[in-house]
Design a protein around this ligand. Structure first.
Ligand SMILES: [Cu+2]
Length: 172
């Protein structure tokens, strides 16, 4: 008795009244989607394309590296940097950093002396057909760059500190 009364009240207030089923529009035909969302996405996509193309052109023209292009065909970098870290001249637990680098044939390696002591970059073994290399004395903040045109494994050390040894791998 009480239940049916409640149902009658709710029904009369419209709480339970079912709306006539509206024909369902497929999502891709929704006016909202077509008129607002799609244009916004198109504008964003075009904008991103223009933006990336612009940055690429800027990099080509100016030579500023926005996108990393210094990799060879197999993803081997054509240049690498090695540091003589601060304290390495007096601490045998330190070394060239990184102690081993890999570059593509024709690539360059640049060493920077970030220590307060003098150092050298002096080759000990080189692949056959490759010349030796030697930076000579490098004071604090000095840099030295060597180019590697023969592939293979190169070993080098610092002539002042025997524990400072490094490897350069040049891929063909
Ligand atoms: Cu040294």
């Amino acid at each position: 008795m009480q239940k049916s009364y409640l149902r009658t009240v709710l029904h009369n207030t419209g709480w339970f009244r079912l709306q006539p089923a509206s024909p369902k529009t497929p999502w891709y035909k929704s006016r909202w989607l077509v008129q607002i969302v799609a244009p916004v996405l198109i504008v964003l996509a075009v904008g991103a394309g223009v933006g990336l193309a612009g940055l690429g052109t800027y990099q080509l023209v100016s030579g500023t590296n926005l996108f990393n292009t210094s990799t060879g065909s197999l993803g081997v970098p054509s240049s690498a940097s090695v540091s003589m870290p601060k304290g390495v001249g007096g601490d045998q637990s330190l070394n060239f950093q990184p102690a081993s680098v890999t570059v593509a044939k024709g690539g360059k390696v640049t060493w920077t002396n970030n220590d307060v002591a003098n150092h050298t970059v002096t080759s000990t073994t080189t692949p056959s057909g490759a010349g030796s290399f030697n930076s000579g004395n490098m004071g604090p903040n000095a840099t030295y760059t060597a180019t590697f045109t023969v592939d293979g494994t190169y070993k080098y050390f610092c002539a002042y500190h025997y524990w400072m040894t490094g490897t350069i791998i040049v891929t063909g």
